[in-house]
Ligand binder design. Structure first.
Ligand SMILES: C[S@@+](CC[C@H](N)C(=O)[O-])C[C@H]1O[C@@H](n2cnc3c(N)ncnc32)[C@H](O)[C@@H]1O
Length: 260
């Protein structure tokens, strides 16, 4: 039996950045990511999705939506940096959560990371081509979202996905899987030492998560223009990837046959 999708307000979203319960819950989230294997899932998917960015003339521009404290993407950057040098990364979140030390760690990997504090729905309706409103780039090579899309009901999520499609060539999301096993796991998250905020939000996240081809159904209907891939990953995650087919052909044309 498929669980119905319900989006509930998560406690963490209502807490101030410096609320001790929120700070603790964000630390819990790092442990939750380790248990979910998120870093490996995301790094593997991005490597598969983007052909040899080191062959590019300009640095790859990457935007993470709902980036939180930026540490999950830092782990992904650690895995990708040897193959993806000099990435220009923008970390967008409506709270200012990224510490200076985190930005320095990106710099040691050779990535230039910057922070944009904004509500993603404001970003989504900003005029196309407005670099300032769009967080530094008129167009993104890659947009990523982790444990983020499930915050939104179908209507705003459709607007958001439409905006991402208009502003990027590739998109990848790793979200909670709405499934019985994930639901059981979310109820056991206290075993990781998670606080009350994390325990409550974990259960809400699974109820608001995704299954089947729900994200593909919300992606703009341009069947000729995009290659979509939606699938379960690991025990608890649900992934969605979209690539502009023109960008796949262009990459294939510039990649030597020996490296395809
Ligand atoms: C569950 S956390 C995930 C953080 C990070 N992506 C990770 O996986 O570690 C969700 C993040 O989304 C942010 N967020 C929620 N609603 C948002 C919105 N409307 N616009 C921008 N950020 C939002 C929250 O501030 C929070 O940092």
């Amino acid at each position: 039996m498929i669980l119905p999708r319900t989006v509930g307000a998560e406690t963490l979203d209502g807490l101030a950045e410096d609320d001790p319960r929120a700070m603790r819950s964000r630390r819990d989230l790092r442990r939750v990511h380790r248990a979910m294997g998120t870093r490996t899932i995301v790094a593997r998917a991005l490597r598969k999705m983007m052909a040899a960015p080191r062959d590019r003339a300009a640095p790859l521009r990457l935007l993470e939506l709902g980036a939180g404290d930026g540490t999950l993407m830092l782990g992904v950057a650690g895995a990708l940096a040897p193959h993806w040098p000099g990435v220009e990364l923008t970390l967008l979140d409506r709270q200012a959560l990224v510490q200076h030390a985190t930005l320095e760690r990106y710099a040691t990997l050779g990535w230039r990371a910057s922070v944009r504090v904004a509500d993603v729905l404001d970003w989504a309706v900003a005029p196309l081509g407005d670099r300032l409103a769009n967080g530094g780039a008129a167009h993104w090579d890659l947009v990523v979202a982790n444990l983020f899309l499930h915050h939104f009901e179908a209507a705003p999520l459709g607007v958001l996905l439409g905006s991402i499609a208009a502003r990027s060539d590739h998109f990848f999301a790793c979200e909670p899987r709405r499934a019985w096993l994930a639901l059981v796991g979310s109820h056991l998250i206290g075993a990781l030492g998670a606080n009350a905020v994390t325990r409550e939000d974990a259960v809400l996240s699974v109820h608001a998560g995704f299954t089947g081809h729900e994200l593909s159904a919300l992606w703009p209907r341009e069947p000729q223009g995009w290659q979509l891939r939606e699938h379960p990953a690991g025990l608890f995650s649900h992934c969605f990837g979209a690539s502009r087919t023109a960008s796949i052909w262009a990459a294939a044309a510039t990649t030597p046959a020996s490296r395809r």
